[in-house]
Design a binder for this molecule. Structure first.
Ligand SMILES: Nc1ncnc2c1ncn2[C@@H]1O[C@H](COP(=O)(O)OP(=O)(O)O)[C@@H](O)[C@H]1O
Ligand SMILES: [Mg+2]
Length: 153
């Protein structure tokens, strides 16, 4: 699925729709350059999940936890230098557990990502224009993908 966003509010509201559909075990990998809108998207997702916290990228802390009805583990792998650090922070437990995992910069360690996730790529095509490409990866995110497609149609 591809969505053309022509304003930040549009990307935010796409995130909100996605957030409303997430369940325990949902994993989102968000790919995009600096300024593409990854954090803005996560802010929309958080609103869709009913979280009231202020959401910023965990660039220096690697992971933020938001305690909602379902715990949300928000990762930013931008500054991680080696995949061993993923083990140190318990990445596998968080991404295969009972929560929701949202991963920014998953492309830094492609071989270390979970088997199944919803892949979201943000491509900057203009100052206020973004192409959002969404696809399910692995066995467990097809239903979420279909629901999202429906919600966005
Ligand atoms: N259509 C759009 N979708 C998302 N962000 C947009 C859009 N148009 C402009 N922007 C701006 O791009 C910036 C994205 O920032 P941010 O979400 O922090 O990016 P990232 O986390 O990918 O580095 C914000 O300042 C936002 O207002
Ligand atoms: Mg960011």
């Amino acid at each position: 699925m591809e969505i053309v966003s022509t304003a930040p509010e549009q990307s935010f509201s796409f995130g909100r729709q996605l957030g409303q559909l997430l369940q325990e075990g949902s994993v989102l990998c968000i790919i995009g350059d600096l300024g593409a809108g990854k954090t803005l998207l996560v802010q929309g997702i958080a609103q869709g999940l009913g979280l009231n916290e202020e959401i910023t990228s965990p660039t220096f802390t690697v992971m933020n936890v938001y305690e909602g009805t379902i715990p949300v583990y928000h990762f930013d792998l931008y500054r991680l230098e080696s995949p061993e650090q993923l083990v140190d922070i318990g990445f596998d437990e968080y991404t295969n557990g009972g929560g929701i995992a949202i991963i920014e910069w998953p492309d830094k360690f492609p071989g270390f990502m979970p088997d199944s996730y919803l892949r979201i790529e943000l491509i900057k095509t203009g100052d206020n224009d973004r192409l959002i490409k969404v696809s399910p990866q692995g066995a467990h995110h097809h239903l979420l993908y279909e629901e999202l497609k429906q919600a966005c149609s």
